[in-house]
Design a protein around this ligand. Structure first.
Ligand code: G6P
Length: 612
């Protein structure tokens, strides 16, 4: 949600191309508007525009010589996505420019105060107040740029990642963070600031993650981190393990398609080195520290947002069935405000691809404050949720750039299966069940590959259905969350109205919508629920509805009832979601493309929602 980028260097010619490149890599975080500002010969030059980054690129002068520059790609919160609300924002003197990701909660109060003191505002954003606040402190308190930034930060209530530049300080940028992601990448003569690691990858692998309540002063050859109370902070550098190739499309037309085709690898990476097949065990290094605490828990709450929530919901079915621990899954946005009657034997597990989702982080902090054990399943190494939890499991799915999550989902479900083994085998799960699950898990990547090999057939089905305006997705038990995920993906990418339901609930409402123009996608693998789900299919057919069925290979009978069938290989019931979701991801992708949408950057959405 909003991407920010900053750059300071000895060399004056690189700033603009580097910022542009960084913004393009961050564009998935928001694409309502973008802008760039740079210190050029004692003045700040700025270009900003609503729309995608190429709009700004068109009006930008690439010959600006600058040592320090900032850039922003916006997902609008306060103020419409217009040119004047685009970042960077600036003060009255036009000497202080800044970019921001987050929300300033007390901005009205600050703005009223600043208006009374004669400040003139150019935008409707919450961000602009901060530029004027810094100006006000510098003028009226007679303090330095750095000190004025510190005082301004201390007056703000809200979330932020900021990058500031000043016309009188051509070789310096100041950055600050509170609950919005920010990292500093560095080489000896250049410093980069970005919302996430993928943006600095072409330039450096050495990074330092800023923590909440910290700010840093960066010059080309130095950086100092301090708390807002002026305590110096020493932080070790970390190394990004992702490669440059991982954040490229390679030969795929879209990141989304590339990432769906990476689903087999995402599962392989999640389980690699973590299964002891002969003992039917999962070895999760990140949980070793809390192994004994986990033996004692008697309740587990899973929390997440969006697609991660649906992966957690699959996890709930697995854990309840095999681990012997009562489990419930809550939207993080609900959990953080709900009274739960928790006791200290309850643990919380937050699931998040980015590790930065504001609601998930908020819920986690709230539960942690109550003294409960907190765990994470996170893809982004070093992210806020990874750091805030006591222990956890990394997905190792690699960077996910497409805004709609795909490979992260199968990877999260794979980790849920590992957790089920881990916790189940600590308790009642038998050696044989443990062996069966772990053995089947190792076969999932190849089974996903075989589904992907049939992508052409799914494209043909998309050709047939892409003009319909409504879809119903049905699944039951383990495949109920998959039905929700299929509907969510179709909505996100194609803007078609799609509803996901537990198949059993169909007769309590959704069936009223069925007619010849309202097709259904039904997940009906040959498992314990098959007979019941086939009844639902018959009920839809009896009302003239068209049905696309996802069924287990070898089931010929289903082809006699369904309009279209997509086959998936057989596996054990708890692992079917990793297979049944694959055709649904492909179907949503093809329908989105056929409808002419920008599937990697669907309208109004953002990859990482770092505001509440
Ligand atoms: C946004 C994205 C979704 C994602 C959700 C949770 O809504 O568009 O694809 O599932 O956030 O994100 P997280 O990073 O916490 O998994």
């Amino acid at each position: 949600m909003c991407g920010i980028f900053g750059y300071v260097s000895k060399n004056k010619t690189r700033a603009i191309p580097v910022i542009l490149d960084g913004l393009k890599r961050l564009e998935y975080r928001g694409y309502d508007s973008s802008g760039i500002a740079a210190v050029v010969s004692g003045r700040i030059l700025c270009k900003k525009k609503s729309g995608r980054i190429h709009e700004v690129e068109k009006i930008l002068n690439n010959t600006w010589d600058s040592q320090a520059a900032i850039g922003h790609t916006r997902w609008a919160t306060h103020g419409a996505p217009t040119d004047r609300n685009a970042h960077p924002h600036f003060d009255c003197s036009k000497k202080i420019y800044l970019v921001h990701n987050g929300i300033i909660e007390n901005f009205r109060e600050l703005k009223d105060r600043l208006l009374k003191r004669g400040h003139k505002f150019q935008s409707d954003t919450d961000t602009e107040v901060v530029a004027h606040l810094v100006e006000d402190f510098a003028k009226n308190e007679g303090v330095s740029f750095e000190e004025a930034v510190r005082l301004a930060l201390k007056s703000i209530v809200g979330t932020y990642a900021f990058v500031f530049i000043h016309a009188d300080h051509p070789g310096k940028i100041i950055v600050a963070r509170n609950s919005s992601p920010l990292l500093v990448g560095f080489t000896d003569n250049e410093k980069y600031v970005a919302s996430d690691a993928s943006a600095v990858l072409p330039y450096t692998r050495k990074v330092v993650y800023l923590q909440d309540g910290e700010f840093a002063i960066l010059t080309h050859n130095d950086f100092r981190i301090a708390t807002l109370d002026r305590k110096a902070v020493l932080r070790n550098e970390e190394r990004i393990e992702w490669s440059e190739d991982m954040v490229r499309k390679n030969n795929f037309p879209h990141f989304m398609l590339k990432e769906i085709f990476e689903e087999p690898e995402a599962v392989s990476n999640a389980i690699r080195g973590r299964l002891v097949l002969k003992d039917g065990l999962a070895k999760l290094g990140g949980l070793e520290l809390v192994q004994n605490d986990l033996r004692k828990i008697n309740r587990l709450i899973l929390t997440a947002c969006g697609t991660a929530y649906l992966a957690a919901l699959v996890g709930e079915y697995m854990l309840e069935e095999y681990s012997g621990i009562p489990v419930e899954t809550e939207y993080a946005s609900e959990l953080r405000y709900k009274k739960h009657n928790l006791d200290l034997k309850t643990a919380l597990l937050a699931v998040s691809q980015s590790g930065e989702t504001a609601d998930t982080l908020g819920a986690l902090k709230e539960i942690k404050r109550k003294g409960l054990l907190t765990l994470g399943v996170v893809n982004s190494i070093g992210s806020s949720i990874a750091r805030e939890t006591k222990a956890g499991v990394y997905n190792h799915a690699g960077p996910e750039i497409g805004v709609a999550s795909t490979k992260a989902f199968v990877s999260q479900v794979a980790v849920m299966a590992l957790l089920t083994l881990f916790l189940g085998r600590q308790r009642d799960m038998s050696l044989n069940t443990g062996r069966k699950i772990s053995d089947e898990l190792t076969k999932i990547p190849d089974k996903i590959k075989s589904i992907l090999a049939g992508a052409k057939q799914i494209k043909k089905i998309a050709d047939k259905y892409y003009k319909y305006e409504n879809f119903l997705y049905l699944g039951r038990k383990y495949n109920y969350p998959v039905a929700l995920e299929g509907a969510l993906k179709l909505k996100e990418i194609s803007y078609i109205h799609a509803e996901g339901y537990g198949a059993g609930e169909m007769k309590h409402g959704p069936i009223a919508m069925i007619d010849k123009d309202f097709p259904s996608v039904v997940i009906a693998p040959s498992d314990g629920m098959y007979g019941k789900v086939v009844n639902n299919i018959q009920e839809i057919k009896a009302r003239g509805g068209k049905v696309i069925v996802v069924a287990t290979k070898g089931n010929k009978e289903i082809a006699k009832i369904a309009d279209d069938v997509i086959y998936i290989p057989e596996t054990i019931e708890m692992l079917t979601p990793m297979l049944s979701v694959v055709p649904l991801h492909l179907f949503a992708y093809y329908v989105g493309v056929l409808r002419g949408n920008d599937v990697d950057k669907p309208r109004n959405l953002a990859k990482s929602v770092t505001v509440e």
